[in-house]
Structure formats: structure tokens, C-alpha cells
Design a protein around this ligand. Sequence first.
Ligand code: GLP
Length: 235
Amino acid sequence: MNFIEAKSYADLSRKAANIISAQIILEPESVLGLATGSTPIGTYQNLVKGYQNGDLDFSRVRTINLDEYCGLSTDHEQSYRYFMNHHLFNHINIDRNNTNVPNGCAEDLQEECSRYEKLIASLGGIDLQLLGIGHNGHIAFNEPNSYFEKDTHVVKLKESTIQANARFFNTIDEVPKKAISMGIQSIMRARKILLIANGSDKKDIVMKSVYGPITPEVPASILQLHPDCTVIYSY
Ligand code: GLP
């Protein structure tokens, strides 16, 4: 694993965007695996700047997001599709048909999971996967468990995750209890991984993930086995 210590959130965001920019410049048809949560917002702002100043062209880039809440429509402000449009896609020259987020409102959620698996394969896998990390070590919505979930699946969110994400909703009761998440295998198959973590409250879990035992109880610990994983952190 490569470690980059950033001086601040702004520095972390610029450094992460620089790595993603290099990927797009060198491979204009890249498949980017994208993440939501508060941490990547600054990274996306820097990518938008890169587009605005003429350094980045997203016209041939394809994207695939990690996860989506079940039951929130795409125009719900807390859905991850809305988040991606709002923070990135609305501001760059990406073809919206080349952007993918699981459909959390699909009638048959299992079928949606299989569709998403096939989609990842049809894109030829992921060139660069951006990841945040939850306080309990979750990546995407792969929650601590007794085994690693391989493929895209429906997750029952942990109480701690519901509580952590309640800050984005009016009341905790509005936080969806389920989500669709890419599995650990699809994430680990990404050719490059970039994990970003910000804030002193993430320090313990980052340490545990990077130096502790590899266990599904700390899903991010599996990243120790990835051949090209970079961690940028700012505490
Ligand atoms: C959510 C997302 C994760 C994200 C995590 C951390 O649960 N599903 O992909 O990494 O939140 O979010 P934040 O960056 O806001 O701490």
C-alpha cells in the first residue's frame, strides 16, 4: 500500500483529484469507480475545476458507483444518484448514459444486483476505484460481517451506519435501512484503488484497516491484499 499524508482536507482533496486526473488524461476511456459520502466532495470539486480550466475531458469516461440506498428515488436529495449529479456530473462534459449508480428503487432488488454485476463485467472492470471509509471500516456499504460478500448485494445497514448517516436527513427515521452495494470482489478487482480518509475520528479505523488483521469484521482490511492501493489521509 502507498500512504500519502495530506496537510488538510483541501490538500487531501487536491491530491486525490490529481491522481484521478492523471488516470483520465492517460486513459481517456477510463472506467472510474466512484464513491459518495462527505469525504469525496472536495475531490469532485477539484475535478470540476480541472474540467473548467480545460485540463480534463470526461467525454469518453465511464463511471460506476459503489452503492445506493434502497427506496430513495433518483431525485431524492439524499440518494447517491442525486449526490453524483449534484457534485460532479452536472458540471462536467460526461455523457450521462456512461454514468452508473445502482437502482435502489428496482422492483426486484436481487435482479438489480445481477444486472449491476454484469454491467461491471461489460465495462471491462474498473480502472481506478475511489473509496471512502466508514467508522466501522465499511467500504461502499460492505458492513462488518463474518464473511466477505463477493458480489453486488442488498445490505441491511448497521445501526452505527444509520446513525452516522442520519446527519444528512431530517430525522433518523428517514435514513433507509437497506442499500445495494458493490461487493468486495468487484472492488478488489479494480486495477487501482484510492482510499481517502479525513478527520481524527477516522484515524483508529484507518490504522486498524491498514495494520490490523485482515478480517471481514473490518471490511477495509482486505485492501492490504490489493497490489495497487493508495491511501490518502488527513487527521
Ligand atoms: C457511506 C458510504 C461510503 C462512505 C461512508 C463514509 O456510508 N456508503 O461509501 O465511504 O459513508 O462517509 P463519509 O465520507 O461521509 O465519512
